[in-house]
Ligand binder design. Sequence first.
Ligand SMILES: Cc1cc2nc3c(=O)[nH]c(=O)nc-3n(C[C@H](O)[C@H](O)[C@H](O)COP(=O)(O)OP(=O)(O)OC[C@H]3O[C@@H](n4cnc5c(N)ncnc54)[C@H](O)[C@@H]3O)c2cc1C
Length: 245
Amino acid sequence: MRVLVALGIAERLKPHVVVPEHLAVRNARSGRLLAQGPLGATSAQRYGAPYWVIHRGDLQAALWRCRGSDAGITLRLGSKVENFTAEPDGVAVSTSHGSQPLAARAHALIAADGLWSTLRQQFGHATAPRPAGHTAWRTLVRATPHSRAPRFRRSISGSAPTRISFTNPVKSGRMINVVAIVDDDWREPGWSTPGAPRALLDRFSTAQWHASARDLLAAGERWQKWALFDCPPLASWGKGGHAAR
Ligand SMILES: Cc1cc2nc3c(=O)[nH]c(=O)nc-3n(C[C@H](O)[C@H](O)[C@H](O)COP(=O)(O)OP(=O)(O)OC[C@H]3O[C@@H](n4cnc5c(N)ncnc54)[C@H](O)[C@@H]3O)c2cc1C
């Protein structure tokens, strides 16, 4: 958040965010509150920046609008970094845009290309991501005054035995992001595989899960799922003259 504030986009984000007042952990079976930690004003005071919840699309739209000469940021979408060579005075980067090859030179290259990073391998880290044994399901549900969902509206809540469900409001409180994580050996790549609502609900039995949690899961009509993977920590983080260690 401090970086987003420094980039000057806090005002653009404000209409889309929810400021949760607290984070709550509940007993899955009884729904009883187990622990609660303050966020809201306490976070802002403690960390010098607010704690906000936002839909990823709203964040990306704000970042897209802040590019340009004022922020000193240029975005080139649809480009793939293929390779790089560390040189004494910088780095040479080969990229492609569609079938079009592009070459670029820079002072430094930060590889932020995610879990399946190709650049990480070129740093000499050959270990492939390992399956974590869990699948995450997600959906958005409408926060209507008549549904039970608003109970979760101003908070982020979590509960567990072996399966975890958590919620947080997005779209300035109009929608609720619901995520349910289940133990699973399913390992397909990607993060938008459609999932059958019934198959998920069957994993959250009435014996183990409180009605308010099951109601929220049942309200999800369009579920998407993705297998979780993990990467061992890297021993070194850089290459070249001024590489971060
Ligand atoms: C569906 C889903 C929901 C999630 N929800 C939450 C949440 O609510 N809260 C939370 O904290 N975390 C959430 N996470 C986890 C969070 O998204 C990740 O931890 C985070 O995005 C990782 O950031 P990253 O920058 O390492 O990689 P990524 O966000 O994966 O970004 C990597 C980027 O690099 C690009 N790229 C890859 N290879 C190349 C290449 N060769 N050249 C150029 N570009 C390349 C990719 O296209 C991508 O845009 C969620 C993840 C998923 C999949």
